[in-house]
Design a protein around this ligand. Structure first.
Ligand code: ADP
Ligand code: MG
Length: 248
């Protein structure tokens, strides 16, 4: 047998990003193997969102390289659109199209970007809405759904592109407390199904239960990269201890 080593699903090498004089990503080097769930923690302003956006090339970087499934992310053009389709992203704000129904929201991108037929797109959308527990709301409009339901639709919409990787940037931060768990449950299901995930969250319970790995960022740097067990019981850096002291 040939010892073929699979490329990491996400690979960032010495990534630097500046906003003007502000150095927001400092020599970020990171490999996420296929199927791994990485939770990214860190204080506000530490660069977590910028890292997510850089992986998706929503944000250009100043130096370094980022690859997804062994393919370097191009800076622009058609190749970028294709690669971006491999990376699903879910934000704090769900941004569903208000004048489209739930199922139409999920059908849209596959029809536009993947050139799926309407029937095909609808079939996939309904399967995904089933998966996030919301198929019975398919013909409603976003405003008729709760925040937690809308965020589950946003997850289904991202999955409709059949991404290789899912990035979540504080997906539950805008939700009322009673709706947080239903969204985390969907994410836990995805993790169990083997999706490669990078999750920025303040939900420490989720980090402990669902993460294979915790990355702690501060001031644009990866300060710790370890297991949840290690991170929560024996953080090494002062900055992580300080962070945990404030949130736990
Ligand atoms: P986090 O998600 O960890 O809170 P961000 O990645 O949003 O951190 O921000 C990192 C730093 O970059 C912060 O100091 C923030 O103010 C700054 N920043 C983020 N986006 C921009 C932008 N578009 N222009 C200028 N500064 C930005
Ligand atoms: Mg952020």
């Amino acid at each position: 047998m040939t010892a073929e080593v699979a490329a990491p699903m996400i690979k960032a090498s010495a990534v630097n990003k500046y906003f003007g004089d502000l150095h927001v990503l400092r020599e970020i080097t990171l490999e996420v193997p296929r199927g791994q769930v990485v939770v990214v923690l860190g204080p506000s302003g530490s660069g977590k969102s910028t890292l997510c956006r850089a992986i998706n090339r929503l944000e250009p970087i100043n130096s370094g390289e980022i690859g997804v499934d062994g393919v370097p992310l191009p800076a622009e053009g058609k190749a970028l659109a294709a690669l971006r389709a491999d990376v699903g992203m879910v934000f704090q704000s769900f941004n569903l199209f208000a004048h489209k129904t739930i199922v139409e929201n999920v059908m849209l991108a596959p029809m536009k970007v993947r050139k799926a037929s309407k029937d095909e797109a609808r079939k996939t959308a309904m399967e995904l809405l089933e998966r996030v527990g919301i198929a019975n709301q398919a013909d409603k409009y976003p405003a008729q759904l709760s925040g937690g339901q809308q965020q589950r639709v946003a997850i289904a919409r991202a999955l409709a592109m059949r991404p290789k990787v899912m990035l979540f940037d504080e997906p539950t931060s805008a939700l009322d407390p009673e709706m947080v768990q239903e969204v985390l449950d969907v994410m836990t299901g995805l993790a169990k199904d083997g999706m490669t995930m990078l999750v920025v969250t303040h939900e420490m319970g989720f980090a402990r239960r669902a993460a294979d790995r915790v990355i702690f960022m501060a001031d644009g740097e990866i300060v710790e990269d370890t297991t949840p067990e290690e991170f929560f019981t024996a953080p090494k850096s002062e900055r992580a201890k300080d962070f945990l002291g404030k949130i736990l």
